[in-house]
Design a protein around this ligand. Structure first.
Ligand SMILES: NC(=O)c1ccc[n+]([C@@H]2O[C@H](COP(=O)([O-])OP(=O)(O)OC[C@H]3O[C@@H](n4cnc5c(N)ncnc54)[C@H](OP(=O)(O)O)[C@@H]3O)[C@@H](O)[C@H]2O)c1
Length: 247
């Protein structure tokens, strides 16, 4: 089993933040390849719509990764034959109230960014890694950001969160060496999704104006393609970092 391709018909994948943007595209792409995808996020209605249209068996799974207890007990809440997770895509994340000077930030929004992008992602990984290690088989793909290695002004909290993702991912990858569990970080530049709208609490006009300021943006499917590239590498190859920017 350990030598079989990680992404194959019947593999089990957990995708966090599957209700929109990159996560939705990743879940769709994995399902098209025959994986059984657990589509997780807070908006269950959206997940149910997504799952209804997927070509392989899939689960809509309500999960707030900032809710520690829910994350710690997530495996127990899954049907028994969905608990042996082969692929974890740590995608859920946001920049609530971001892109403004730090001294004007709301403390609760700042905490929510860290609790989701950092603590939630790490805690989700902690819920899944022991089983992967036991089985000697697994691939974790974490969606970081180019903001995990570079920064701009008025972006300190999000940048700080993605630097944390980058450090955590690199350290854990080293630790998992030789266990059969691989870890890839996909680091996109600008992707046109609902991210800006979520940042500004559903202000679509402001979100569209933000994206329109840039000459080009990636599409969520571009990130899904990168995830497939990492998963499809032969078992002896660990694709560590993939940086994608709009051309
Ligand atoms: N868009 C970009 O330019 C860009 C660039 C680099 C990296 N990224 C990263 O890519 C990832 C996905 O972002 P996106 O662009 O696809 O944004 P998006 O369209 O806003 O989607 C974000 C997803 O995360 C979920 N989410 C947010 N908080 C959550 C929580 N506490 N628990 C569970 N799910 C949660 C949302 O679902 P619910 O609201 O239903 O929970 C949604 O499905 C993020 O980690 C982001 O930092 C984005």
């Amino acid at each position: 089993m350990a030598d079989e391709a990680i992404l194959a018909k019947g593999s089990v994948a957990l995708v966090t933040g599957a209700s929109a943007g990159i996560g939705r595209a990743v879940a769709t792409g994995l399902s098209a390849r025959g994986a059984r995808v657990i589509c997780a996020a807070r908006r269950l209605d959206r997940l149910e719509d997504l799952v209804a249209g997927l070509p392989s068996p899939a689960l809509a799974f309500e999960l707030d990764i900032a809710d520690g207890e829910a994350v710690d007990g997530l495996l127990q809440r899954l049907p028994e034959d969905w608990r042996q997770i082969d692929i974890l895509v740590n995608n859920a994340g946001h920049d609530l109230g971001g892109r403004q000077p730090f001294h004007q930030r709301d403390a609760a929004d700042v905490a929510a960014v860290i609790e989701t992008n950092v603590t939630g992602m790490i805690r989700t990984t902690l819920a899944i890694v022991p089983g992967m290690r036991e089985r000697g088989r697994g691939h974790i793909v974490t969606i970081g950001s180019v903001n995990g290695v570079e920064w701009t002004a008025n972006h300190s909290v999000y940048v700080g969160s993605k630097f944390a993702v980058h450090g955590f991912t690199n350290s854990l990858r080293q630790e998992l060496q030789g266990t059969g569990v691989r870890l890839t970080e996909v680091m996109p530049g600008l992707v046109r999704t609902e991210f800006a709208s979520a940042r500004w609490l559903g202000d679509e006009k402001r979100a569209q104006e933000f994206y329109d300021r840039f000459d080009a943006a990636l599409a969520p499917e571009d990130i899904s393609d990168a995830v497939h590239y990492a998963l499809d590498a032969p078992a002896h190859v660990n694709i560590c970092d993939l940086v994608l920017r709009p051309a």
